[in-house]
Design a protein around this ligand. Structure first.
Ligand code: CS2
Ligand code: MG
Length: 440
């Protein structure tokens, strides 16, 4: 274990110590966090790498309750870890853990530099830890606290990938045999080498690789557009009409190319087509929407309701992909979901392996509650990760359920976590054949 491995810096104090006392005085001056009886007495950041890097936040209360949050930002993990350690953990001390909304507003409005992936992942981690504590204090799962489940189990999808169509069909068959009723299908493209989203050599899909710099891949949108509609039509013919099929274009297309692809894929009857075009330019979705009825999903890289606003208001999308860690926790994701319901947009939380089991547990509580639920992404973590993060959630026959443990139901074995020190990893980059940097 290195000193980076675990509990890098415990910012905290025992009840009654000077530090806790002065932090309480600070809260009192702000007139904010004095109502409840409990207080936050420690906030620690833990970085562990059981197969890939995860950042976790542990909040401890004077009553001895422990809450866990996920703060993992794939490929930029230590930025969030430092943000929490230096800027957030010290100001949590002495606050009332029950006042989740006030803490959310304090961290969001208080910083002045609002939004952004790093800030919102840090706020998300605090929020998840506080909901976990509230659940443990009440002896209730998070889904109960936010209004109670409207469904016991939720539909989830996983990924099947193949370097060519034959390999993809085999992968789809194997995935169905595991019980999945919804499958995201990604295929290699003739003439191109390894591409993002397609697992290499049948290995488990993990986008972050080791090495000094990122892996460089070559991308050719015309080759992709020539190949994908036919390949996905073969998958549909192979599986029949009922299996839900999804596809992720990973922000690579121009608006016109995106519209052409979505239109060409209409006969495949996708559950959704994801990230057809970079969503920084949200007007692009107007062009895509005008030309197709293929359902559109976007939002795994969105951080706040402001990123989703126009797309929902103008009904340019069908599914919103934000999840708890990326978008400021359960507190903020609820707002996004309620706003999405106005436009009959359904949820489809991001659930790749770079989101820790803490996010999965909290997302599943949210999923069982949210009225406008669509689907949940689920990629199995490695057995090492599952051992570090014992959890109450489970998968069976294509459905997941969060379990009924108090809080979000995900714990961390700190002794085991300490055996997996931080392991620098890089996400790949893509270039066009002439060397131009492209979206991956
Ligand atoms: C993907 C993710 O799950 C998805 O839909 O887009 O693999 C995403 O690229 C990674 O989570 C990035 O960290
Ligand atoms: Mg995606």
């Amino acid at each position: 274990m290195t000193d980076r491995a675990v509990t890098d810096r415990a910012v905290g104090a025992r009840p009654g110590s000077d530090r806790a006392g002065s932090a309480r005085a600070g809260s009192a001056r702000a007139g904010s966090a004095r109502a409840g009886s409990d207080r936050i007495v420690a906030a620690e950041v833990l970085v562990t790498s059981p197969g890939r890097n995860f950042v976790a936040l542990k909040i401890v209360t004077a009553d001895g309750l422990v809450g866990w949050g996920d703060a993992t930002l794939n490929g930029r993990e230590l930025a969030v870890a430092e943000y929490l350690r230096e800027h957030v953990c010290p100001i949590l001390l002495g606050r009332d853990p029950a006042r989740i909304e006030d803490t959310w507003q304090y961290l969001y409005r208080g910083v002045y530099w609002r939004r952004g992936a790093v800030t919102m992942a840090a706020i998300g981690a605090v929020d998840l830890a506080l909901w976990d504590i509230k659940g443990k204090a009440a002896g209730m799962p998070v889904s109960q606290l936010i209004g109670g489940a409207v469904r016991d189990r939720v539909l989830c999808y996983t990924h099947a990938t193949g370097a060519d169509t034959a390999a993809l069909l085999d992968a789809v068959d194997a995935t169905r045999a595991r019980g999945f009723q919804a499958i995201r299908v990604q295929t290699g493209v003739p003439g191109l080498g390894a591409i993002y989203g397609v697992a290499r050599d049948g290995a488990g899909y993990e986008p972050a690789g080791r090495g000094v710099g990122p892996v460089e891949e070559t991308w050719d949108t015309d080759a992709y557009l020539r190949h994908v509609p036919g390949a996905l039509a073969e998958v549909r013919a192979h599986v029949g009409p009922e299996l839900a099929l999804l596809h992720d274009a990973h922000h690579r297309l121009t608006p016109n190319q995106a519209a052409r692809l979505a239109k060409a894929l209409e006969p495949v009857e996708l559950f959704w087509l994801e990230d057809v075009t970079p969503a920084e330019n949200q007007e692009a979705f107007r062009l895509v929407r005008q030309h197709t009825v293929t359902p559109l999903a976007v939002g795994e890289i969105f951080n706040t309701i402001w990123d989703c606003k126009d797309l929902i208001q103008e009904q340019l999308i069908d599914f919103i992909r934000t999840t708890v860690v990326g978008a400021g926790g359960v507190t903020h994701l609820r707002r996004i979901a309620d706003f999405a319901a106005v436009g009959q947009v359904r949820t489809g939380c991001h659930g790749a392996t770079d989101l820790s089991p803490v996010t999965m547990g909290a997302a599943l509580h949210f999923d069982t509650w949210v009225p406008n639920f669509g689907i949940q992404e689920y990629m199995r973590h490695t057995p090492e990760t599952d051992a570090v993060f014992p959890h109450a959630y489970s998968f069976s026959q294509g459905l997941m359920q969060p379990g009924d443990a108090p809080g979000h139901g995900v714990d961390i074995d700190e002794t085991l976590a300490a055996k997996y020190p931080y392991d620098p990893r890089q996400l790949p980059v893509a270039r066009l054949e002439d060397g131009t940097m492209w979206n991956w």
